[in-house]
Each structure stands twice: as C-alpha cells, then as structure tokens.
Design a protein around this ligand. Structure first.
Ligand code: ADE
Ligand code: ZN
Length: 339
C-alpha cells in the first residue's frame, strides 16, 4: 500500500487511548486564557515564549514546566474546559474510547478542592460522545503517606474513577515505594497501572507487576533490555502503553527512527499507541501515528494490530470491548479482502 493511502487508513481507524495525562493536554493558549480568567501570574510573557520553553532534555525538565502550566487550574469549570478541549481532539482523531489520567495532588496541594478536580473532569466526559473513564494517579516523588491521604480524599467520588496509576519522576522512586497503598486500592476493586521502564530500569517493570500487581505498564519501552522480562510480558500479554512522541521529546530515543516500537511488536508484546502529554510533545493520537508510520517499518497489518490492541487492553466490560473490536474488524475488512 502506498504511503499516503496507509496514512489515511491509519488516521481514520478506530482508536483507544490509554495513556493521556489530562494536565498534559493543556495547550499554551488555554494556559494563558485561564491565567487571565483566574488572575494567575505566569513566568512567560506570551504563548510563543511559553511554547519556546518546550525544549526538554529529560523527564524532569518536562515535569517542571508541566506542573507550572497546571497552576492556572483553580475552578471546577477550568477542569471542565481543559477536558472538553482534549475530548474534541480525541474525537477528531477517531478515538472511540479513552482512559484519562489526572494528578489530584498537583491541585490539592495548591488548595483546590478534590471535588472540583474530579467533578470538572467527569462532567466533561459525560458531555462527550467519546467513551471516557478516569484513572487517578499518585505522584511518585511524594510519599506513600501523601498517596494514602489523597486516596481518602477521593473516596467520596469512588464511582467517578475506575483505576489508579503512578506517575511523575521515575528514577529513585521505584514502584515498591507504593506497595501498601496499591494493595488498598486493589481491595477497593480499582484497576491498577503504573509508569515503569520509561527512564527507569527493567527492574521497575518487574516490581510494578509483582509488588503493585498492576494490569498494564505505562511506557515500558526499556523492557527489551531484559529478555526474560520481555518473554514474560509477551506470555502474560501485559499491555504496554507506549507514547512515541513523548519518548523522542524526552530523549528516551534520540529520533523516531531509533524508537523500538516495531521490535516490541515483533516480540509479541501487547503494544498500544498513546499521546501522553499531547500539548507538550507535538501532538495528539494521529500525530503519534503519523510519526511512527513515517519513521518505522510498519505496514497495514501493524495498523490493524495497534488498533485492536488498544481495545483489547482497555478496562471495559467484555461486551463493550467486543463491540468495539467488531468495529475495528469492519473498518479493516475491505483492506484485507482475502481474510
Ligand atoms: N506525568 C505526565 N507525563 C508523564 C510521563 N511521561 N512520565 C511520568 N510522569 C508524567
Ligand atoms: Zn505518562
């Protein structure tokens, strides 16, 4: 299939997004609009100046700017407006289902009420035609005690989120730091995920699985350094939520050409494609797909696989999953006439 045809098929295919930090969808224009609306002072004079600061050298250099950007979010309506804008972008990229991360500690530490964070995001999800659920993330640079307190504050809204994640500065903050709070979340019937093997070593992927008992690994691209771990991830079909543009912007790989996504697929891993922090890394779902299909040896069968994997790995009831997978199969059927 010619490049332009393949590109059009990939852009139009049904997608599930499983790794998107809602605070990372805050575009510079909305940061400035909310700063003005709320009377928050920014360290940048213009949208252009802010955007030009998005030259990251590693994860921490990004997180510093990402947390500063989130400081404009004060009211329930701010969380609503941010989420509504993301969902419109997702819909335009043919995302049928999305599982949205949010970082409550970033907001509650500034005096924002947990109710305003969760209700604002949740209300935008309900108003969107895209199927959307929420995953509350603990910040791993903070203590486990702080995570426990955050969980307590969120429990009155237990029906509004389906899972728990772990994000922020990875190296030096291994998954096992949060073993007890994840055990409690498991008892509460929440789905569990964690960022591991983005900048951190393969050992962090192991302890995320064994100590936290997570069901998916966010990023996980460093697993290929450990053959035994890779074999296990393939055997157990543990999904990896890979974020290609994030990985090149944060220098996990120098260029997209160097990304290991094709090797991960070839190793039989349940790879999914996601945007992570689209406002900071150069784009949403279709921008990520454009970038990998441009730079890597990927063909039509990889596109179908990636589309399917997103729904297979989603935290959805089996009947809803089957219905979405049937839509994927119907979409690709004309392109695989002999199947
Ligand atoms: N928070 C937002 N994006 C993140 C990422 N890629 N890794 C860790 N924490 C994050
Ligand atoms: Zn992430």
């Amino acid at each position: 299939m010619m490049n332009q045809q393949l590109r059009a098929v990939v852009r139009g295919m049904p997608k599930a997004e499983l790794h998107i930090h809602i605070e990372g969808s805050l575009e510079p224009e909305l940061i400035f609009a909310l700063a003005e609306r709320n009377g928050v002072a920014l360290a940048y004079e213009s949208v252009e100046q802010l955007r030009s600061a998005y030259a990251f050298t590693d994860l921490q250099s990004f997180l510093d700017i990402y947390y500063a950007g989130a400081s404009v979010l004060l009211k329930e309506q701010d969380f609503y407006d941010m989420t509504r804008a993301y969902l419109a972008r997702a819909e335009a990229d043919n995302v049928l289902h999305t599982e949205i991360f949010f970082d409550p500690q970033t907001h509650t530490a500034r005096g924002v009420a947990m109710a305003d964070v969760i209700n604002g995001i949740y209300r935008a999800c309900q108003d969107s035609p895209v199927s959307a659920t929420l995953i509350l993330c603990f910040l791993r640079h903070l203590s486990e005690e702080d995570a426990f307190a955050t969980l307590e504050q969120a429990l009155p809204y237990r029906d509004k989120f389906i899972g728990i994640g772990l994000d922020s500065s990875e190296v030096g903050n291994p998954p096992e730091k949060f073993s007890r709070v994840f055990a409690r979340c498991r008892e509460l019937g929440l789905h569990l995920v964690a960022h591991a093997g983005e900048e951190g070593p393969p050992a962090y992927i192991r302890t995320a699985l064994d100590d936290l008992k997570v069901e998916r690994i966010d990023h996980g691209v460093r697993c290929l350094e450990d053959a035994e771990l890779t074999a296990r991830l393939a055997r157990e079909q543990i999904a990896l939520t890979v974020c290609p543009l994030s990985n090149t912007k944060l220098r996990v790989f120098d260029q997209m050409h160097d990304h290991n996504l094709a090797e991960l697929l070839a190793a039989g891993l349940l790879v999914t494609v996601n945007s992570d922090d689209p406002a900071y890394f150069g784009g949403y779902m279709n921008d990520n797909y454009d970038a990998i299909f441009e730079a890597l040896p990927l063909e039509l069968d990889h596109a179908r696989q990636l589309s399917r994997n997103g729904f297979v790995a989603a935290f959805l009831p089996q009947a809803q999953k089957d219905a979405l997978l049937a839509r994927v199969d119907a979409y690709f059927a004309p392109h695989f006439p002999t199947n």
